[in-house]
Unconditional design. Sequence first.
Length: 423
Amino acid sequence: MKKRYALIALLLAAPILLGAEFLETGSGKRVVTWQPAGGPVDPPAIVDADEPGSPQGLTVHEWGTFTSVAGPDGSAIEWLPAGGPTDLPCFVLLAGAGPKGLPVSEQGGRANRAKIRMETPVLYFYSSREEQASVKVSFPHGLITEWFPQATLGPVNVWTAIQGFPRGTSTIEWNDVKVMPGASVTYPIDETQSHYYAARRTDADPLQVGKNFEKFLFYRGIAAFDPPLSARAMPDGKVLVTNTGSQVVPAVVLFENRNGKIGYRVARAVSDQPFTLEVPELNQTFDSLQKDLEAMLREQGMYALEARAMVDTWKDSWFEQGTRLFYMVPSKTVDALLPLEITPNPVRVARAFVGRMEVFTPATLNEVQTAAARNDRATLQTYGRFLEPILHDFLKDHRADGQINAIRADYVNAVTSCSKKNW
């Protein structure tokens, strides 16, 4: 298998790699260590530099996100998006209209309050030869809401899963996934402007499931579990971060965007000791942040094109106005929250999930409160996705409820526009 070191990507991550030290290992990989300002001590991290060349058996890589909102005490709260990107092509399938007496929704997971919005996990496949595979993902305390290609939802059917949320376990299965290295196929598209397509820009093998062709298996959902971090904004704008799980969190990034100026701070190997991240200086660039995030995804086992595809998929949402934490979800935590079964057994599986936790600092609260008092829809719409928890859970302010309802109505109308098309 071809080897390439990720040294260039790491060196480009200048804001956090000053004073970095590189050591060779017997495995042919490099160990990089550094101490970011204001963060905990960083133990050596192995950078996996393998790239897809001629896979020696079936290899599967997956990336995805868990999005949550930090409440006043720092722990995740239930929330309902009032805005944001509609972001999915019309050929994507969703848990929609059902039999009489059962829930009806053309919005997928956007119709439900939840602590976690699991967004755009994709599974890539690599093989040296054509083969068939079966894939099953379980989602304890979760509900699969959108997917492509066609799949079977459980435990019995989609309606049982909807009725069981959030107490039960939702499942999705793709049987007879044909992995076709080197095949020339046509993937579905529509006229929708969607970041869905960015995930195709990898070297992964084409897949066929039934009559559907795609570069990956895609699914999305909502869940009731608690994320492995809490984040509480302090009066001075600093953020108190606590690892609430049982595994060390490989990396945490505190990011802020104020009127197009951005800054971020990085902490490594976050264990069970709470620590405070200083307010970032707003003097950094989107390019440097993208390179740093891609390097972190490489450390979790992603190939370079996969890491780039993930950041390209989400950069229009990740880097928007406001303050948030990004963190690499520990591998064991991912496996526990989202068990994955693949037959035949792959020779290698790598899963990289990025947690996004929205944090409402005094600067954000002041901006939204002023906009609510002035009935300033343009500013309120900037925070549309998280507007309801900002105003209701933090500010206890209902003056802008009419604006929230109007913003959400426009959002839902855009989300449900696919139902008007002949797919």
